[in-house]
Design a protein around this ligand. Structure first.
Ligand SMILES: [Zn+2]
Length: 67
C-alpha cells in the first residue's frame, strides 16, 4: 500500500486524486472538457492527460499502463 509512485499526486495542489481521462466519472469529464487546458483537445488527446479532481490541474498521463 505504500508503493512509491512518482506519478501520483498533483504537482500543483498535492492532491492525491489525479486520474487519467478514462477513470474520470461522467461528471468529471464534463468539468475536464471545459478546462482551458483541455477544451481545445479531442477525446483521443484527452486520453493522454491526467486530471487532478481537486484543483483540475492537467498533466501528461505518462503512466506506461495507459499507453
Ligand atoms: Zn491538484
Amino acid at each position: 500500500m505504500t508503493k512509491l509512485n512518482s506519478n501520483s499526486g498533483c504537482s500543483k495542489c498535492g492532491g492525491v486524486k489525479v486520474k487519467p481521462w478514462k477513470e474520470l466519472s461522467e461528471d468529471e469529464k464534463t468539468i475536464a472538457r471545459r478546462l482551458p487546458d483541455a477544451n481545445m483537445l479531442t477525446t483521443s488527446e484527452l486520453k493522454h492527460l491526467s486530471f487532478c479532481v481537486r484543483c483540475w490541474n492537467v498533466s501528461p498521463a505518462d503512466d506506461p499502463r495507459l499507453a
